[in-house]
Design a protein around this ligand. Structure first.
Ligand SMILES: [Zn+2]
Length: 226
């Protein structure tokens, strides 16, 4: 075993340990990160550069090209609002009881955070008192929409955390092939989740020494300097 082989083993172990400690990685992305790591660092065929990392990773995962693009599309860095986390029912407070009204929402709208660009949903029922409570919030929300900054991404961006690659082109192609959102543009905050500005109340993603992946044109593999 050469020193390079030993170093690659240690790096693969570090990669796997980091992947398993990151609870936010969806299962498909986790499989892809580990397979890319294996293809780059441990796969015996890595010494045969005529088989690119993409092809070998696809073989290791036993999936087709479309599924590969699907996995990439799932990791496209973007902001996604969690509608399930929003409170249900009218959000106007009751006068004498310490709780919200909670009746069925008739009038709903989004307010945008001026720093993160993230949305917060407001919903109110049709009772006059609740409507009166909602009026200044609705005005504020309308104003916030005109001043909304580009949202800080909160989803995806995990593959570039581990690997240096032409991710912008890969993500764009994944969007094109999968066609989930053909208007996708790379976020100005960065493609990698560890580059995004921290948002109060959320845990930032830790950086990891990135491995360089080769494009599937048969260039030699080398770990990125760190
Ligand atoms: Zn109400």
């Amino acid at each position: 075993m050469t020193a390079t082989d030993r170093e690659a083993m240690v790096r693969y172990d570090q990669l796997a340990a980091r992947v398993y400690e990151e609870r936010r990685i969806p299962a498909g992305t986790r499989d892809l990160v580990l397979a890319l790591g294996w293809a780059t660092l441990r796969d015996p065929r890595r010494h045969h550069p005529e088989q690119g990392v993409w092809t070998r990773t696809r073989d290791i995962l036993n999936i087709d090209d479309r599924r590969m693009w699907q996995l990439l599309a799932d990791d496209v860095p973007r902001y996604e609002h969690d509608w399930h986390a929003e409170p249900r029912g009218c959000q106007a407070p009751m006068v004498k009881v310490d709780r919200l009204c909670g009746r069925g929402v008739v009038h709903g709208f989004c307010e945008f955070d001026p720093h993160t660009g993230w949305a917060r949903f407001w919903g109110f029922c049709n009772r006059p008192r609740c409507r009166a409570y909602a009026t200044p919030i609705a005005q504020r929300a309308e104003h916030s929409a005109t001043k909304r900054p580009e949202p800080i991404p909160n989803t995806g961006g995990l593959l570039p955390l581990f690997f240096t690659w032409n991710w912008e082109a890969r993500y764009a192609k994944a969007m094109d092939v999968i066609k989930r959102c053909p208007t996708w543009e790379p976020p100005s905050h960065g493609l990698s989740a560890d580059q995004w500005p921290s948002v109060p109340g959320t845990t930032p993603v830790k950086a990891f020494p990135k491995l360089r992946l080769v494009a599937s044109d048969g260039r030699t593999l080398a770990p990125a300097p760190h």
